[in-house]
Design a protein around this ligand. Sequence first.
Ligand code: PHE
Length: 603
Amino acid sequence: MAGNLLYLSDSYQKSVKTKILAVTQKGKQTFVMLEQTVFYPEGGGQPSDQGLIAGSNGKLKVTHCRLVSGNVVHEGMLKGTFTEHEEVTAQIDWTLRFDHMRWHSARHLLHEVVTQAIPGLVPVKGEHGTHAYIEYQGIINPKLKNRLETETNMLVAEDRQFATEFVTIDELKERVAWVPEKLRKNKPLRILTIAGFAPTPDGGTQVKSSGEVGPVRVTAIESAGELTRIYYAIDPLPEPVKKTTRSTENVNTQSMTLNSFRTLLIDIENELFEKISKRAVHELEALQVEYFGSHGQATELIKELRNLPDFERKAAGQLVNEFKSSIQEAFIRRRESQTPVNSQWFDVSLPGIKPPQGHLHIVSQAIMEITEIFSRIGFTRVRHKEVDWDEYAFEKLNMPAHHPARDEWETFFIEQPTTNDQRRTTKKIVLTPHTSNGQVREMEKGKLPIRMINIAKCYRRQSDVSHVPMFHQFEGLYIDYHVSIGNLKGVFDFFVQNFYGEKRKTRLRPYHFQFTEPSFEVDINCGICLGKGCKLCKSGWLELGGAGMVHPNVLKAGKINPDEYNGFAFGWGAERTYMMKSGTQLDDIRLLYNNDLRFLEQF
Ligand code: PHE
């Protein structure tokens, strides 16, 4: 398919002998289609080629070309005549073409640099004609201008290979990161790979390697709305200077410009890079003298700085500094690569250094596990207030003001806000000393039956080896018809078997709470002796926490008819429950909240 478009497979082919397929005339203009062509038709941001098509009886000065259904239409003024099937020679204006190739390739180099600096940027379009720019979707900081320019010129200096190949649409989609929205259907598909970069779709003419582009300048970065254009320019190539005559004595210093200075510098740099990589380490010293000694090639060129016009001297100085440091680095790298392996090199087989990885606090782990186990038997985790009215923490739990049972909960009271609110005298605010405040709050939601598991922070005015002022409780509440102590026992056994292990079971010991009747303390059989009694547990049983059948007064406070419904409740400390699982005997429970990583990382 690409057979007739020769510029696609060889950008350097300047002419072809071919036959005329069709000729048409419109006014003064003649339009010619050829069997094969070297002429590049305008497109992809690259202007059309110009040149000459010559037959035996006529000459067409081609001023413009377009691609029409896969064929190039050459347009221009015809002198003489053309006939169909006639053999002609088509020849492009090579100076113009080579210039277009350089501008076009420069655009690709700049694009690679831009996408490296700002990954994920989406290109919109690019051109070089009246303006040369690449347009991207997004905002680019104009301060990047110098960096983009320097990096593009580094690619130029590295003389990277440009390789093109034809592909099918599927191959194209698989290999390139970005497929333009509108792929021109009438053009064969081609991809371009600049050595060291990912392939991109491209159908224009390209140089063989980046060195041919010459110095690139990034002239402006301008944003309008969401779009940003990076404008660039390349310098006209200096007159070819033969390697041997490059020595500065032969350079006409009168005509030294920044551009030619830059080109000479890049030449020396490339030459040196190559020599550094090829020379043995003991020869490097001599190489350094050869270039940087008092009459060295590099030294001589640097002396030329003074022949540059004033306004260019500063920029040239900067180039020299960059040149010196990159050469310096190359020397160092070369020397290091020769030093004995064990002193400088590193062992690639050594295991890497793993970054520290955090984990959840043990109490968070416990809460997640407890929630999960109860969810399996239909209990839903809920959250109730951790700062609540005194009435939810006590009064509605059958503990009126001044009731002595309140003393057990070493409660923090919060200073009353100064307001004229009637409730001021009767209502107090507390940091909840237990999660039982959630009982009546859950009942007030008015949904029955209730199967809640309320896990929250609790606060008590205690701090010693076995108490922290802030800890966690999980409160279970089950309200339904005909709930029995048997149900309560069943739920506890289910929990301990799942949480601690199959052989564990619970036992209920009579106790007293104002808000349950009857009330119990729940014990679990010791994990070691399973209840027989051992050195560790003494009695064979360990205490888990409080529980009981919900007191009718509490049901009433929650607007539930105690003649119809009943239920059970339990409230256990999360920290204690969890510590009993790991078998950790904490000398001081406060360690849990001291945030000492040496301690926390053990769990
Ligand atoms: N709230 C009680 C405590 O903090 C525990 C408990 C909860 C007891 C529910 C019975 C029913 O000790």
